[in-house]
Design a protein around this ligand. Structure first.
Ligand SMILES: *Cc1c(COP(=O)(O)O)cnc(C)c1O
Length: 236
């Protein structure tokens, strides 16, 4: 089903205003946070409508797909737009080639094994290490206590470029708890850079914050927010 393009355009204006207000409240410069459209279940026409509505922004948007199957299906339909696409859902090792064909960044790397498989087939794909800051058992991601060591090992691999960290925040109404999780991701990023380990000097990105909590993430230094329902409406 295709979402009403006017509704998407209106929501996009509101979303850009929310991001700008949060940047300003956090004392961060306008445009320091990139918007990634979490496009799972949305068809190519809806994604095109959202991208067409996004004019004159300080930063081009990113597209984020959760499933390799959707990435592969929509990739050819959106390729002419030249939009940078990230994989934001877990990647199985048998789908590495397909993911590399359509995504220029894999945000969901949580094991050295997957990083090795990516490095063996790629020359320079960007990767983020996904960390499970809330330690909720259903969530994907490396444990915070293991994240620095994992990131340093990945940074040393030729073939991948470690660019940042990603997390899905705590599923909680407690804003302090959610925000504390985002602070953990920022602290880990800073520890990784301070380690001085090979391939970690350029680790900068913090992909964190979604429709319901992007202000908290921006306050803690998010450089990418991943937004779905605030733009496309509730998922069926
Ligand atoms: C769906 C999804 C989002 C966006 O969530 P919304 O609450 O719809 O904004 C962000 N990140 C990941 C990994 C997702 O799967």
């Amino acid at each position: 089903m295709t979402v009403d393009p006017t509704a998407v355009a209106d929501r996009l204006v509101q979303l850009r205003a929310r991001i700008a207000a949060a940047e300003s409240a956090a004392g961060r410069s306008p445009g320091s946070v990139r918007l990634l459209l979490a496009t799972k279940t949305q068809d190519a026409a809806t994604i095109r409508a959202a991208l067409a509505a996004d004019t004159g922004t300080p930063h081009p948007v990113l597209i984020g797909e959760n499933r390799v199957q959707e990435l592969v299906a929509k990739g050819p339909l959106l390729g002419d737009l030249g939009v940078t696409t990230h994989l934001i859902g877990p990647l199985q090792s048998n789908k590495v080639n397909a993911a590399l064909r359509w995504a220029s960044c894999i945000e969901s790397v949580a094991s050295l094994d997957l990083a090795h498989r990516l490095a063996a087939r790629s020359s320079g794909v960007q990767v983020y290490v996904q960390v499970n800051v809330s330690q909720e058992p259903t969530k994907h991601g490396a444990a915070p206590a293991e994240a620095v060591e994992l990131a340093c090992a990945i940074g040393a691999l030729p073939g991948v470029r470690l660019a940042g960290l990603m997390t899905v925040g705590a599923n909680s109404r407690d804003a302090d708890l959610v925000r504390a999780g985002y602070a953990v991701l920022r602290t880990l990023r800073d520890e990784i850079v301070a380690s001085g380990a090979p391939g970690t000097a350029d680790v900068q990105e913090l992909s964190m914050g979604m429709s319901g909590d992007l202000e908290l993430a921006i306050a803690e230094g998010a450089t990418v927010v991943r937004v779905g329902s605030a733009l496309f409406g509730p998922r069926a």
